[in-house]
Design a protein around this ligand. Structure first.
Ligand SMILES: *Cc1c(COP(=O)(O)O)cnc(C)c1O
Length: 399
């Protein structure tokens, strides 16, 4: 059985609505957002849907994170606490803005950072905390915000995987100071590449708008390039597609949740695999569906189950998600940044760049257990039954 995939039309919601708006954008002859109407409309619609004052579109999720970090404006060598299990797009922007990522350990059950793991990383140089709501499951934001407020540290939420997920009835991405979204091919809604930043803070909004636009003061009485900034604009073509995708988002999220709840109910109580856990005061939006696999029951754990599913049922899954903790990538291990300077690692506190294994028990345990199943709003009941039955068959085969 072939499962719908987010890498092509079988698992994407792209269709007549997108073509209609795209045609209008092309016929307008204006493809830059500085002069056109589509990106502006998208920003307005996004802000309304998410209940925030400001939303700005940009070139990618990585660009969104970069824009957020730039708005916080760290001094060289300042620290930003982040997670050891996330996309590189959440980490590289910290280095580009001359700040040092400090990795907090994760909870091996939810694969998210927690207030406790973040607290251990706070120093006099901490400039911001950046959380990733991994796989679409919200972090415990009430505790994280209380910690951040006590230390007067701003919070950036990387919401690339968690569109419309909620924590205690608040939409994640709108709880901290800035939220960052991605519209890359495999995210809940897509323009191929694309990103959005949101905030309720006027000063941060102004800096983010400028950062996306080469820091040029459009509309000011005496505009200038006020500070160092790239061109991170989304085109009108992408804006048009995003405007057609946005009204479909609630349906996508609802469908993914329904299907995931169905699979969870079918897998409940099986020995060897635990369905994804989320707190009852949160809603999980299932960018992916992650099983926790017990290697004491299933030989070779997540790797063994993935191999079995692929070879026997044609189901492709990703054991260990990003394979290894982010700090084990060469960029961090060998400190490869700008020429041979190693900057900003060269000005970091030694403890901030100490990636000793003993500091990350949750990370190693969590990555060892996680099996990431692709998840999609285009699945039918048959697809979900097939996945459930395949996992049950593998476990039964072991008895
Ligand atoms: C996808 C993703 C990013 C990066 O987004 P791009 O649009 O690919 O640049 C950042 N953080 C997380 C958690 C992601 O999943």
């Amino acid at each position: 059985m072939q499962l719908p995939s987010d890498q092509n039309s079988s698992g994407r919601t792209l269709g007549a609505e997108e073509i209609q708006l795209l045609t209008e954008a092309i016929n307008s002859g204006t493809l830059t957002s500085t002069k056109g109407t589509f990106v502006k409309a998208l920003e307005k619609e996004f802000a309304e849907m998410f209940g925030v004052k400001y939303a700005y579109a940009c070139a990618s999720g990585s660009a969104a994170v970069h824009t957020a970090v730039a708005a916080i404006d760290p001094e060289p060598g300042d620290e930003i606490i982040t997670t050891s299990v996330t996309d590189m797009g959440a980490l590289a922007p910290i280095l580009y803005q001359s700040a040092v990522p400090v990795f907090a350990d994760i909870d091996p059950v939810t694969w998210n950072v927690t207030a406790e793991t973040i607290e251990k990383c706070i120093s006099s140089r901490t400039k911001a905390i950046m959380v990733t709501h991994l796989f679409g499951n919200p972090c415990e934001m009430d505790k994280i915000m209380a910690l951040a407020k006590a230390h007067n540290i701003p919070v950036i939420e990387d919401t690339a995987q968690a569109f419309l997920a909620t924590h205690r009835d608040q939409i994640v991405g709108t709880i901290g100071d800035i939220g960052c979204y991605s519209m890359q091919q495999g995210k809940h809604i897509t323009t191929g590449e694309g990103g959005i930043v949101v905030t309720n803070n006027e000063a941060l909004a102004r800096r983010m708008y400028l950062f996306i636009n080469k820091a040029w003061g459009y509309g000011d009485p005496k505009p200038d390039h006020y500070f160092l900034a790239p061109n991170y604009r989304l085109t009108e073509l992408q804006g048009a597609v995003a405007s057609a995708q946005l009204p479909k988002l609630k349906g996508v999220v609802e469908k993914r949740r329904q299907l995931a709840n169905n699979l969870t109910s079918q897998l409940q109580g099986l020995s060897g695999v635990t369905p994804p856990h989320h707190e009852t005061h949160n809603t999980h939006v299932y960018w992916k569906y992650c099983l926790s696999v017990d290697a004491a029951v299933i030989p070779d754990g997540a790797v063994g189950l993935a191999k079995w599913l692929k070879e026997n049922r044609g189901i492709f899954s990703a054991p260990r998600y990003i394979q290894k903790p982010a700090f084990c990538c060469e960029i961090f291990r060998d400190q490869r940044t700008f020429g041979n300077s190693r900057f900003p690692f060269s000005v970091a506190r030694p403890e901030a760049v100490d990636y000793d294994k003993t500091k990350f028990p949750g990370t190693y345990d969590g990555l060892e257990r996680v099996l990431v199943l692709p998840w999609n709003e285009g699945y039918t009941q048959e697809h979900v039954d097939y996945i459930a039955q395949s996992i049950k068959d593998e476990i039964a085969a072991l008895q």
